[in-house]
Design a protein around this ligand. Structure first.
Ligand code: HEC
Length: 172
């Protein structure tokens, strides 16, 4: 009896080992497949990220120019009753906050909305920001500055202006 049991036991162990071996191979194949899929996903990811980060970088530079350098918001954003910029209506247009030094000047009353859908097409917006010339073929009235930005900066500003949705502040 004893040798027979040992033999049976050995057979069971052997069969069990085969199952384990089979499972190991299956697991290994699964690992390889998953790993190669991951590798493909990793390869694709940088390309998509690069496009996004290039777009984001352009818009981020535009935001910097608009909020920190050219200060478009000081004029093109309406103010609250206590005179602070109303960030809930960022670049949504508002009354000109300055008076002319010399009376009788052709002084505009409104700073139009410039956030969101631009008031002119891309080429016209770029021309305004790089040359100071508006769609009329002339500069806009003071106090709108005549900007002479580089084309890259103008494109960045335009990208940022387009990215603005109603109710979004400059820090969002
Ligand atoms: C000192 C105030 C001031 C600043 C700063 C300013 N603007 Fe203006 N902007 C004006 C005024 C005022 C007008 C209206 C001019 C007119 O009616 O002739 C205007 C007009 C415009 C227009 C024409 C819009 C339309 O629908 O007619 C655009 C576009 C514009 N500004 C973009 C900008 C951008 C972009 C910046 C920042 C890079 C900026 N402005 C900074 C005061 C300003």
């Amino acid at each position: 009896m004893q040798p027979h049991i040992v033999f049976e036991g050995w057979r069971v162990t052997f069969a069990f080992r085969r199952v384990i071996a089979g499972l190991s191979i299956a697991a290994f194949l699964l690992l390889i497949t998953t790993a190669s899929n991951l590798a493909i996903a990793q390869e694709r990811k940088p390309a998509a990220t690069a496009t996004n980060s290039a777009g984001n970088a352009t818009s981020a530079r535009g935001k910097y120019i608009v909020t920190e350098v050219a200060k478009c918001g000081n004029c093109h954003t309406p103010r609250t009753q206590n005179g602070q910029l109303d960030y809930s209506r960022w670049l949504a247009g508002g009354p000109v906050p300055y008076l002319p030094a010399q009376p009788g000047q052709d002084w505009p009353l409104l700073c139009p909305r410039i956030g969101g859908l631009p008031p002119a097409n891309d080429a016209q917006m770029i021309t305004l920001l790089t040359t100071g010339i508006w769609t009329t073929g002339k500069p806009l009235r003071s106090p709108m500055p005549e900007f002479h930005m580089t084309r890259a900066d103008a494109e960045a500003v335009l990208a940022y202006l387009k990215s603005i949705t109603s109710g979004r502040g400059p820090t969002q």
